[in-house]
Design a protein around this ligand. Sequence first.
Ligand SMILES: CCCCCCCCCCCCCCCC(=O)SCCNC(=O)CCNC(=O)[C@H](O)C(C)(C)COP(=O)(O)OP(=O)(O)OC[C@H]1O[C@@H](n2cnc3c(N)ncnc32)[C@H](O)[C@@H]1OP(=O)(O)O
Length: 243
Amino acid sequence: MMRRSFQVAARLGHRCILPRLDPAAAFGSSTDSLVSRFCPVKTDLKDYALPNASWCPDMLSLYQEFLEKTKSDGWVKLPSFQSNRDHIQGLKLPSGLVAASDKSDWRIFTRCIQVEGQGYEYVIFFHPFKKKSVCLFQPGPYLEGPPGFAHGGSLAAMMDETFSKTAYLAGEGLFTLNLNIRFKNLIPVGSLAVLNVQVEKIEDQKLYMSCIAQSRDQETVYAKSSGVFLQWQLEEESSPWSL
Ligand SMILES: CCCCCCCCCCCCCCCC(=O)SCCNC(=O)CCNC(=O)[C@H](O)C(C)(C)COP(=O)(O)OP(=O)(O)OC[C@H]1O[C@@H](n2cnc3c(N)ncnc32)[C@H](O)[C@@H]1OP(=O)(O)O
């Protein structure tokens, strides 16, 4: 894989030496250490994954249920900052994967609509030992596809984001390689969809995950998906590799 990674760097026009990924050591960060680093109990950053007036009763009550589970059942509520740059402060993408841009108002796609209740309202709970996540997702009216229902791409993005945070904490899965979705029922805008994500296996520096999006009572399955993420280490900002 390193050979092709180098090609990626070359394609991006950067002459650099990508850090060698030693499969044995490269991903030695345990899930617990990743959780303690990336899920700070205290932060000055705004956490967008907190209840607000737009949350429907189902979303609020299931949020409280999972908050209780963080006290005794090993679940962790993930913070959700405006940008992944905020999440990975002090770290950066592997050398060679740098996009020059003069933009500055960076946002994770699922945090790009910041008017409460209009876009993505969601919160992700992660279980380090079980390597699974639950995302409570309430699509707002700006995410409409069919009138009154969520756009399929908005659910795909929510699944990709839940896969991404799960993959990183479960095994430093960094980039989405594959995302396959089977849409089975429409999600009414403003209602709660519960996304259950499970890491199925970690093999050849890839994490294979599955997701089922359904109503809270599990009577309606909205969609099923699978995702493959490539393990790749973030680098310290002051990495000796960067030229
Ligand atoms: C609160 C907690 C916070 C925690 C902290 C968060 C951190 C948060 C970090 C920020 C990051 C976020 C990111 C979000 C998730 C995106 O949204 S990522 C964006 C969507 N994904 C992309 O655009 C990826 C595009 N792909 C690429 O750029 C290149 O494939 C890569 C990923 C750089 C790898 O390139 P490469 O080095 O040339 O690797 P390549 O040899 O092509 O493939 C590597 C391996 O994967 C395999 N592979 C390649 N494609 C596929 C495929 N489609 N299916 C299966 N296998 C494949 C290859 O076969 C190869 O495996 P082996 O043959 O070696 O066994």
